[in-house]
Design a protein around this ligand. Sequence first.
Ligand code: SAM
Length: 370
Amino acid sequence: MTNETWTVKDILAWTSGRFVQLDLPTPLLDAQLLLSSVVGLSKVQLYMHHDRVLSGDERTRMRDLVRRRISGEPVAYLLGRKDWHELDLLVDARVLIPRPETETLLDFVLDVFRSAGREPARLLDLCTGSGCLAVGLGRRFPRATVVAVDVSAEALAVARENAKRNGAHNVSFLLADVREDGLFTRLLHEAGGAFDVVVANPPYVSESEWTHLDVGVRDFEPRLALVAENEGFALANLLAREVVREGVLSPESVFAMEVGLSHCDLLAGPEAPGHLETFPYNTQSWKFPRARSFALQDLTGRDRFWCRVSGLAFEGVAQESEAQGPDAQAAVDAANVERLERLRLEAEARALAAHSKDDGREPEGHFENV
Ligand SMILES: C[S@@+](CC[C@H](N)C(=O)[O-])C[C@H]1O[C@@H](n2cnc3c(N)ncnc32)[C@H](O)[C@@H]1O
């Protein structure tokens, strides 16, 4: 095969095969996303135009992306963007790439308010990073005020851009360290009252866990976004205490914080020593306690979110959610099914690419030196 005859199909097969050899987790999907960005076709269109021949310039750009992917750089950084929840987010090395489990945290807050038929007025996102949570909330509650805090000026620049890009004009950004004395007093003053929603996804990885992280995370994502002192527990512990302090949360409020895998029980504190009540992410069986912390599981059943729901407005949320009839419930279920389907498709893509490795067709030509 000569350089001139590399078609979309050839490059997809070659690239996914190479990614399989290197044991990348989602080889076909990565190959599709990179090639889509180079040739300006959607994933579906790649298959419709499988015999389209790439130009020399396109081959060069694809080869550069493939090299960077092989060195471990995450696909989202290579593309400079990430689809997350309903948002189109700018992402680069200044911010952590928003994760799927954090979508569940956002869904939880949205579901609780939707079920109660209420809208929050003041919302706070601590450790905002790319701004995914603040922007997602700001868009859904356009009449509310959202304050987003991060200690990194670089991260805040990305978050600001994401607010603009996604039409969330009600989010304001504050450069601050959540450990600062008097920060919450300042935030309450700035927002004009107590918060109806506080969300947080602080760094929660320990120093030793960080050294064992995947190369794509450890070498490319900001360490500041991942690692916290005290075995990764320092900031989550501080926020769990500060946020439930008198006056930060309004009487009708929701606090939800993403934490490390073992952290929910550690955070339990005196009100539930040693063990925190745990709830699966399933709106039909939500009967969580009021004004007492509990652990919420992600879609794979792991305790990931430290939550607290206060106020009579949220009494009977589970029952009302069912009573709202099929529509509201179906929307939630559909989002969850779609998320699980995405995980299944990624597994399938991996199996497919593994199969293509066995078709005896060795990668060759222009790409062989990659
Ligand atoms: C895990 S990332 C979360 C980003 C985003 N909220 C998300 O869910 O994808 C944590 C963020 O916390 C910020 N951060 C780290 N230490 C902080 C501190 N002491 N005060 C405020 N923000 C901090 C980092 O800059 C980073 O953007």
